[in-house]
Design a protein around this ligand. Structure first.
Ligand code: ZN
Length: 290
């Protein structure tokens, strides 16, 4: 299989999740000539705003953060070399639901309230058009319990199933079976070592449960060396300036708790054939050309 035959689809909840979780992976496959498609499910309208001069964008002020974050995400994709960026159902179709338990969870237009089959239909349309061999998303807990991340997982896994069923909404295109599905992971030992380094440098560090997808090391099936793409990943994260502060090999979200900026990225294979090496060094290992 040549690089140009490779097609990678990533499904994320908010602008910034892709760069934090998979920035080096996206930059690598884009640089190698693969087609990389990002589907982001909300505009992240509910996020807190870090730079004081942009505070007016917030949902409780002018409520224009979503539109602003389209610009940040576009800039981040430029840093990663990724051209194919889409919003599930179109920009603004599904609104950010906020953290679990907040009143925004009940807004009828929020992603958490979306009908999963209907939302999956939008993604099936993308899958049948792009025909990716590999899908990357979150685990069933959304990595860390955010409603939009949980919903992104449900929609991605449902769409993976439905896209392959020729009898399900044939008007959305010919059925397509994605070969491999991965959930983004962080091996616990890697995170703990990084948090220890962060603690030596910053007054506050993130808690393990704040970091999406942390698992015992043995659950990690693929480990991608991101050394060559660390600069691209950091630049993409900096492009999300309303959400992320980057300092060297570390970053903080609006809670000002620091964590390692991991160049290497890790995955758990949940569907499809494993490559011959473990951990795999390539998400397309074992995929046949189609
Ligand atoms: Zn998110």
């Amino acid at each position: 299989m040549t690089a140009a035959d490779r097609r990678l689809l990533l499904v994320h909840a908010h602008p910034d999740d892709e760069s934090i979780g998979n920035g080096a992976t996206m930059a690598r496959y884009a640089a190698e000539g693969a087609q990389v498609t990002l589907v982001t499910c909300t505009l992240g309208e509910g996020g807190e705003v870090i730079p004081p001069e942009l505070a007016e964008l917030a949902a409780d002020r002018t409520d224009s953060l979503g539109e602003y974050r389209i610009g940040e995400l576009t800039a981040a994709m430029r840093e990663l070399g990724v051209a194919d960026l889409r919003f599930l159902g179109g920009p603004g179709r599904y609104r950010d639901s906020g953290m679990m338990g907040v009143p925004d969870n009940d807004r009828p237009d929020c992603f958490w309230q979306a009908d999963v089959a209907e939302a999956a239909g939008h993604l099936v349309e993308v899958i049948r058009e792009v025909r990716p061999q590999v899908l990357v998303t979150y685990d069933e807990h959304g990595g860390y319990g955010h409603p939009d991340h949980i919903q992104a997982h449900r929609v991605a896994m449902r769409a993976h199933q439905l896209a392959a069923d020729p009898d399900w909404r044939p008007e959305l295109g010919p059925a397509w079976r994605i070969t491999k599905v991965y959930w983004t992971r962080v091996p616990r030992s890697v995170l703990l070592a990084g948090l220890e380094q962060a603690a030596a440098r910053f007054p506050l560090v993130a808690a393990e449960q704040d970091v999406p997808g942390v698992v015992p090391d043995e659950l990690v099936d693929a480990a991608l060396d991101g050394a060559r793409y660390a600069g691209h990943k950091a630049a993409a994260m900096r492009a999300h300036a309303t959400q992320i502060t980057v300092d060297g090999g570390f970053f903080a979200l609006s809670n000002d708790r620091w964590q390692p900026l991991l160049a290497d990225e890790y995955y758990q294979l949940v569907h499809g054939p494993a490559g011959s090496a473990r951990p795999e060094r390539d998400l397309f290992a074992g995929v046949e050309v189609r």
